[in-house]
Design a protein around this ligand. Structure first.
Ligand SMILES: C[C@H](Nc1nc(-c2c[nH]c3ncc(Cl)cc23)ncc1F)C(=O)NCC(F)(F)F
Length: 300
């Protein structure tokens, strides 16, 4: 059932250190140590801070979303912890020791080759394929929301903006778009607040760009788009300039040394009309094929 959530006891959560700030609150590294002998599991605890953007109800939705996801490529849910008499709650997840993909790529760029990038891309694709089977739209797919579990495994995280598409529709329309990551958004999401699996595919193309740019701050999508738009523009007109540029088929440039077949994948994800974008299963097949070719080339 949706509501038989694992209830963890706050007194067993030992704070260790801060991990970062997310959409709805901060995330801390803790040890859940019921035996009190430091043999407990390291966990990432997302503490809710109700503020104008996010309410307890939003947070409960994130818990409900994550608690029903069982996939090797999605961060594992461990439970919820209420404190101050249910006035505040925390979402407890597995702790992934290698941290966010951005930091990992920046620190390891010299021992990550194309094959490893493609492996990460195919895992993100499989995670998104799984989400789609549950009619979930992530809405915030970006390298900052991908975690590294090991040298050869990444997982999708941060389901704070995730929505379920109603059965009788193919998209979700958001009423109150908060702080929107428009440089990862499909055109229809920017101009009509319309989100679908195909808008997640657009964002996946931007994640591919981030991957093959090693999340280099000089090739950050926001920085590149702002250079293309011109820094003179500020405020809401940025999204208008961005949608005009996308309508005129202007796109992010290929990352340095990006294999042409990979740049072609990005461009497919960035088809202006959403029904021309590939689905995640097709993207997964194309990535497998490119990986195969890479293996052959290496054998030379
Ligand atoms: C706000 C938190 N930020 C950070 N988290 C971690 C982290 C390491 N290891 C982790 N293991 C499980 C979790 Cl949930 C987070 C971390 N590292 C650096 C951060 F800045 C976060 O949730 N970021 C979204 C996402 F998880 F997708 F990366």
């Amino acid at each position: 059932a949706q509501h038989d959530q694992t209830l963890l006891e706050e007194r067993h959560l030992r704070y260790i250190s801060p991990l970062g700030k997310g959409n709805f609150g901060c995330v801390e590294l803790c040890r859940y140590d019921p035996l009190g002998d430091n043999t407990g599991e390291l966990v990432a605890v997302k503490k809710l801070q109700p503020n104008k953007q996010s309410t307890l109800e939003d947070f409960q939705k994130e818990v409900n979303t994550l608690s029903v996801l069982y996939c090797d490529y999605i961060v594992k849910y461990r439970g919820v912890c209420y404190s101050m008499g249910r006035l505040s709650m925390s979402l407890v997840m597995e702790y992934l020791p290698y941290g966010s993909l951005i930091g990992y790529l920046e620190n390891n760029r010299h021992n990550i080759n194309t094959r490893k990038m493609l492996l990460f891309a195919s895992q993100i694709c499989k995670g998104m394929e799984y989400l789609q089977t549950l009619r979930y739209v992530h809405r915030d797919l970006a390298a900052r929301n991908i975690l590294v579990a090991s040298e050869s495994l990444v997982k999708i995280a941060d389901f704070g903006l995730t929505k379920v598409i109603p059965c009788n529709k193919e998209y979700y329309r958001v009423t109150q778009p908060g702080e929107s990551p428009i440089f990862w958004y499909a055109p229809e999401s920017i101009s009509e607040s319309r989100f679908s699996h195909k808008s997640d595919v657009w964002s996946f193309g931007v994640v591919l760009h981030e991957l093959f740019s090693y999340c280099d701050v000089n090739y950050n999508p926001k920085r590149l788009y702002m250079q293309m738009i011109g820094h003179s523009v500020q405020g809401t007109t940025v999204s208008m300039h961005l949608t005009d540029m996308l309508k005129n088929e202007r796109r992010l440039p290929a990352p340095p040394n990006c294999p042409p077949k990979v740049f072609s994948l990005m461009k497919q994800c960035w088809a202006y009309s959403f029904d021309e974008r590939p689905c995640f299963s097709n993207l997964g097949d194309q990535i497998e094929t490119i990986m195969q070719d890479e293996r052959e080339n290496l054998k030379g």
